[in-house]
Design a protein around this ligand. Structure first.
Ligand code: BGC
Length: 345
């Protein structure tokens, strides 16, 4: 009975709601399209390049009409997971991630995908997560370039130390793989392989210092990046060995380029951050619009093939430093701050 009364009341209410006598609401103004929301989660900003990545990405995304929410995990994977969860709650259209740890984000990424959010692994692969796009430089090629430079600048049976980056970063094993593919075919001896946890460059300083102080000999050091190279060269220079040992890195940090023209570092690998960040931003916006993304192929993430864009790195030594200047990456006067360019071979 109660039920019947209730439905009668509901019906009357509905009828009243539809009655022609009721004043009609004015047709609403067309709403401005909701801006695309992109979450951008960084490992940290300690290394010089990442601020460039952020600035170029944000600028391009804004140009394309998106808003970007930038998060910084300060090298802490738990913090990064919490930040990605926050971005999921905020209902981003796309989340772009520079993974602190390539193995430990799969569940969080899958959670985002269940919520209909598209995910891009930026610069570093996120393993077993089925991301919508992995965009990076060809990291194996970077390792090969480091190997080629050491082969060309070290005695045939020279001793090589591998001072790699964070073991949690998938790029590190790729660079190692590329490096071995070149060096293992030669008579060079790899005397030791060490890792800088969390990419802490100071580990390079103590590791190489300890190795030398315990009587270890060295002809070359392969460094995970230029930041590590700066500390390795500091350890060498305290022992009057800077310039005597071949040191290679990557990133074309300003300090790295300066050391190259000054003669304490042999080469760096230049990666055009602007190209990477802009391609990533354009693809993020395309994914948010459910548009097509154009990739060169796919990459196996440990479980499945994911769409992949791999950009080409460039090996830079004192003789082709002009590449960096022409690309507007650093100013000539900054690179040659402490040396006369005419005197650099
Ligand atoms: C990047 C390098 C960078 C390093 C430390 C790596 O994944 O490829 O360019 O120097 O992380 O941040």
């Amino acid at each position: 009975m109660k039920k019947r009364l209730l439905s009668l009341l509901v019906c009357l209410g509905l009828m009243a709601g539809c009655s022609a006598a009721e004043p009609q609401e004015a047709p609403s103004e067309p709403q401005p399209e909701k801006k695309i929301q992109i979450g951008l989660s960084f490992d940290s900003f300690v290394i010089e390049r990442w601020q460039r990545d952020r600035d170029a990405f944000v600028a391009r995304a804004r140009e394309l009409g998106a808003e970007v929410n930038v998060q910084n995990a300060n090298g802490d994977v738990e913090e990064q997971i919490a930040q990605i969860e926050y971005l999921i709650e905020k209902d981003m259209d796309v989340i772009v991630i520079v993974a602190v740890d390539s193995q430990r984000l799969a569940d969080t990424v899958k959670q985002a995908k269940r919520e209909g959010i598209r995910v891009i692994a930026y610069d570093r692969l996120i393993r077993d997560a089925g991301v919508d796009l992995y965009i990076s430089f060809d990291n194996e090629r970077i390792g090969e370039m480091m190997g080629e430079s050491i082969v060309a600048n070290t005695p045939e049976d020279g001793k090589v130390f591998m001072m790699c980056g964070s073991p949690e970063d998938n790029n590190v094993s790729l660079v190692e793989k590329g490096f071995h593919s070149v060096v293992d075919r030669t008579d060079l001896e790899i005397v030791e392989t060490a890792y800088a946890d969390n990419w802490l460059a100071e580990i390079g300083f103590t590791t190489i210092g300890d190795y030398l102080d315990s009587g270890g000999e060295l002809d070359a050091v392969m460094c995970g990046n230029d930041d590590i190279a700066s500390q390795v060269i500091r350890a060498l220079s305290e022992r009057r060995l800077a310039g005597e040992v071949c040191v290679v890195g990557q990133d074309a940090d300003l300090g790295g380029c300066q050391r190259i023209v000054e003669g304490t570092q042999t080469m760096t690998v230049y990666k055009s951050i602007e190209k990477l960040a802009m391609r990533a931003a354009e693809n993020a916006v395309a994914l948010a619009r459910d548009g097509e993304i154009k990739t060169g192929g796919t990459y196996f993430d440990g479980t499945q093939e994911v769409p992949y864009i791999g950009l080409e790195p460039i090996a830079v030594t004192a003789s082709n430093m002009q590449v960096i200047i022409d690309d507007g990456y650093h100013l000539e006067e900054d690179i040659y701050l402490n040396v006369n360019r005419a005197g650099v071979p």
